[in-house]
Design a protein around this ligand. Structure first.
Ligand code: ADP
Length: 200
């Protein structure tokens, strides 16, 4: 099925915009939700994670000990790559399965690290970037996650720059203080475009 890859920095409004497409009957595949599911209790990534990193990274309920893993991969680039070598192929396979099962005019795949992780751009038919200023990201994420300004800036520093994302975009939604009516008008416009690209 024709697939739109939806991406953007943390707090840009990816989930918010994806919901506006979902409200139009578009199936959404959320790679973050898949990443979470494969590392939930009895998730399909857990046996490989346990054998690669040890039982201390598995919580009592059989899920990933997220806090422990986050601390490790934040300071250890090699560990992050070892983890991704396990999770990324599984996320890709699950995404592909959901894409094939989805029914609708086209599918929107939400991929936070589409630009950073290289292979995604070739797996989708079109890239939609949700763009906003760093100031907007800081305000949104501080209130959503109760993070400090420094924590938000540290996450942003590890992600692709706005320019890198915009360079990869076929379409852009500029989502700074965008009223819902304006957002919906833009989503309607893109929805028509994608449906016609998909042959509907
Ligand atoms: P992301 O998924 O990119 O991290 P979210 O979609 O969770 O970001 O958006 C971050 C926060 O900003 C959420 O609380 C969301 O409801 C809010 N938000 C994003 N865009 C808008 C908008 N156009 N109008 C109102 N609130 C918005």
């Amino acid at each position: 099925m024709f697939a739109v890859g939806l991406t953007g920095g943390i707090g840009s409004g990816k989930s918010f915009v994806a919901q506006r497409f979902a409200a139009r009957g578009v199936p959404i595949v959320d790679t973050d939700a898949i990443a979470h599911r494969i590392t939930a209790p009895n998730g399909i990534a857990m046996p490989a994670i346990a054998s690669e990193f040890g039982a201390s990274f598995v919580a009592q309920d059989g899920s990933l000990d997220r806090a422990r893993m986050r601390t490790l991969v934040f300071s250890d680039e090699t560990a992050r790559r070892r983890l991704e070598a396990i999770t990324h192929p599984l996320i890709r396979a699950e995404t592909e399965r959901e894409r094939q099962q989805a029914s609708g005019p086209y599918v929107v795949i939400v991929v936070p690290l589409l630009v950073e992780s290289g292979t995604w751009k070739g797996r989708v038919d079109r890239v939609l970037v949700i763009d906003c200023s760093i100031d907007t990201q800081i305000v949104r994420v501080m209130s959503r996650n109760a993070f400090t300004r420094e924590q938000v800036l540290a996450i942003i520093a590890r992600q692709a720059t706005r320019d890198a994302r915009l360079a990869a975009a076929d379409d852009v939604i500029v989502n700074d203080n965008l009223p819902l009516e304006s957002l919906d008008a833009r989503v309607d416009e893109l929805h028509r475009l994608y449906a016609s690209c998909a042959g509907h």
